[in-house]
Design a protein. Structure first.
Length: 201
């Protein structure tokens, strides 16, 4: 990886020679730039993701990630969280400020894209036929939509299709909204102590 100045055509090499991208597949998402242009992240051929400062070209983070066969890397809208996936299909979210993972979990397929919904405090990780929702307060996974294809942040809805011909829509609701809805649909109903323990309420 190197930096090309579009004004004068000059070329600047990275300070570390390790910024060499993985080979094998041209349709992989192996590079990402943060929304504020402060960082650039690259899946490198030695099994690391390196994050460089775009002003100083200094390495800000080195994150282990084997990504020869598949790779995905993208910054969340806040510019400080990096979503990544490598050959093992695990979804990882890296906090640039803390210098550590805030979430790692098994994925069911290759990540296609992410959608950041700052207004609702949600991050959607879309795989094309399944969709994970994370809350951006601590990046815990709050929902999974089987057959989920796209997340629409204007109305917190998810488009689903199980045959790629018929598209349906469902809406994400947090547990507080679901409890309010249950009180409206079933006035006066209550859970037994046993069920409260069972459902962790």
């Amino acid at each position: 990886m190197y930096v090309l100045d579009t004004q004068d055509g000059s070329r600047t090499e990275m300070k570390s020679d390790d910024y060499r991208t993985v080979a094998g597949n041209f349709d992989k998402a192996c590079i990402a730039v943060s929304p504020d242009d402060r960082y650039v992240a690259l899946c490198c051929m030695d099994g690391m993701i390196r994050v460089a400062d775009t002003s100083s070209y200094e390495t800000e983070a080195k994150i282990p990630l084997q990504s020869y066969l598949r790779s995905f890397v993208s910054f969340a809208d806040d510019g400080t969280h990096l979503v990544m996936q490598g050959d093992d299909y695990r979804i990882r979210i890296w906090d640039m400020n803390a210098g550590s993972f805030v979430c790692t979990m098994d994925g069911s397929g290759s990540v296609d894209h992410i959608v950041c919904d700052d207004e609702s405090g949600l991050l959607a990780i879309c795989q094309g036929y399944g969709l994970f929702l994370f809350e951006t307060g601590g990046y815990g996974c709050v929902a999974y939509a089987d057959n989920g294809m796209f997340y629409l942040k204007d109305n917190d809805s998810i488009l689903l299709s199980n045959d790629r011909r018929t598209i349906c829509r469902t809406y994400y609701k947090d547990y507080k909204t679901l409890k309010e809805e249950a009180h409206r649909q079933f006035p006066g109903a209550s859970l037994s102590d046993e069920k409260k323990v069972k459902y962790n309420i």
